[in-house]
Design a protein around this ligand. Structure first.
Ligand code: 6GU
Length: 229
């Protein structure tokens, strides 16, 4: 999969995307990352990319033209017209099934807004899909774009080493994950649950499902209701 990020803060993206599992996925060739600085596409001699909002009000608005020219350069470079995800608190709230669905694309472009947002006309002209990561306001779309790229990458074949782990994760089955334990058997007087030491696979699976259900019921009654149908 090719990820393309349109941003005014390219270093923010590069610093995070070179690390951890995403860094390895790039080295292994599962993910290609192209970062475009929207400022490189302004025609303004002072490299300005924002202006005052028509109608007045607080803050500045990102201009349509640099975003459009950046998008056109990306389409030429990729040789396709890819899906463009615009990160905005006004978008549809991202979830696990959206992550799985986006993972089937060959290319994904992430458009990161700043200031009070982007001129609506260029969003319409591109035909963006507007996506939010939750009900709170961030200063820009870069962190949300990286949240999406991480969640999506986990569903690209070869990215996770244990191929099962994306399925058994929290939300893989619609429930929160059960608690995990590793050595030692006793930590500050707290014992690992006996059933996990029993070697009885069916009992372990039964216990884990019970734990998942109890946890989901307590912490996420909304998910619990859905699971029970
Ligand atoms: Cl996608 N962008 C911004 N700026 N704030 C957000 C968000 C996105 N999702 C939640 N808050």
């Amino acid at each position: 999969m090719r990820y393309v990020v349109m941003t005014l803060f390219p270093e923010m993206i590069e610093s995070v995307m070179g690390e951890s599992i995403l860094g390895r996925a790039r080295e292994a060739g599962h993910i290609e990352l192209i970062v475009k600085n929207i400022r490189d596409y302004t025609l303004d001699k002072h490299t300005r990319v924002d202006d005052y909002p028509y109608g007045g009000g607080a803050g500045m608005v990102m201009e349509a033209e640099p975003v459009w020219r950046c998008y056109e350069a990306i389409c030429s470079e990729l040789g396709t017209t890819p899906k463009v995800i615009h990160l905005t608190p006004q978008g549809k709230v991202f979830n696990q099934s959206m992550a799985e669905s986006y993972a089937t694309q060959d290319d994904l472009v992430f458009l990161c807004g700043h200031y009070e947002g982007i001129d609506e006309r260029v969003l319409e002209e591109i035909g963006t899909e507007d996506v939010s990561i939750g009900d709170y306001v961030l200063t820009g779309g870069e962190l949300p774009a990286m949240v999406l790229m991480d969640a999506i990458a986990r569903h690209i074949p070869g990215v996770l080493h244990n191929r099962d782990s994306a399925q058994t994760d929290s939300f893989g089955n619609g429930l929160l994950e059960y608690p995990q334990y590793t050595r030692p058997e006793v930590f500050r007087g707290r014992k690992v649950p006996e059933v996990l030491l029993s070697g009885h696979h069916a009992n372990v699976e039964k216990w884990r499902l019970e734990q998942s259900l109890a946890r989901t019921g307590e912490r996420r009654p909304d998910l619990y209701e859905k699971w029970h149908g």
